[in-house]
Design a protein around this ligand. Sequence first.
Ligand SMILES: Nc1ncnc2c1ncn2[C@@H]1O[C@H](COP(=O)(O)OP(=O)(O)OP(=O)(O)O)[C@@H](O)[C@H]1O
Ligand SMILES: [Mg+2]
Length: 267
Amino acid sequence: MQEIKEQDTVLTPAPLLSVTRLSKSFGQTEVLKDISLEVFPGEIVSIIGPSGSGKSTLLRCSTLLETMDHGSLRYGSDTVCEALGDEFGPSQYVPKKELSKIHSHFGLVFQNFNLFPHYTVLKNIMDPQIKVAHIDKAQAEKTARDLLGQFGLSDKADSYPCQLSGGQQQRVGVARALAMKPEVLFLDEPTSALDPELTADVLKVLKQLAAEHITMVIVTHELGFAREVSDRIIFIDKGTILEQGSPAELFGSSNPRVRDFIGKLSA
Ligand SMILES: Nc1ncnc2c1ncn2[C@@H]1O[C@H](COP(=O)(O)OP(=O)(O)OP(=O)(O)O)[C@@H](O)[C@H]1O
Ligand SMILES: [Mg+2]
């Protein structure tokens, strides 16, 4: 019989992001109800679900654009907020100066590009590297030009955002976020403002990143894309995770709510 050695034990990697028992209300409305989520290195996680179900709010709480009411949030071993009392207790955030370093863990891309209109494409990608990450100018430019090359935008380096198509702007937005070398890249409906042809360009870039195992959490209505690239798909309905699993599990779900949603979007 083969001896079992200690080093044979399979170690699970530590999650890059841990959200535990997150709840969030706006006024009287509880928008997120007891959400727990872990994201592991190299994972591609898609979040799908009906409009108003809380997908953007989950991303906004995870990226410190909103505060959560209950539960805890951690990036690796860095705590953002801790639940007081029990796991479901009120969230207590760490002091502001500790929060600033949390931002280096993640990048965020919205649906509406949010580039600086008065900066060239190159400057849009270089500026955060220089100002926030204190990377020297030559290195920042090299990173920016490499990413533009990778995304087929080398000839747009000196253009202004208004001279670019929506799909090109969105690819610059992705390049800008990636230039900061985030551990986790969040994307909130990165293609929803685009027509089908431009959507295809952006999805191509995201597929490239998926193939490189860049860790991503993507809110999307592009079910075909989610099915193709995701390691895990999470279905959120009315502020709770109704179901999660591999694409095969989600697309084969027997839950009527999930089936109905997938059926409508795939139609
Ligand atoms: N700042 C806010 N103040 C008040 N209510 C808000 C705020 N932000 C979101 N909500 C409400 O929270 C609920 C969830 O919104 P959220 O934007 O997270 O949904 P979503 O799943 O991203 O929807 P969509 O697919 O349409 O983008 C909605 O009912 C919305 O009206
Ligand atoms: Mg949204």
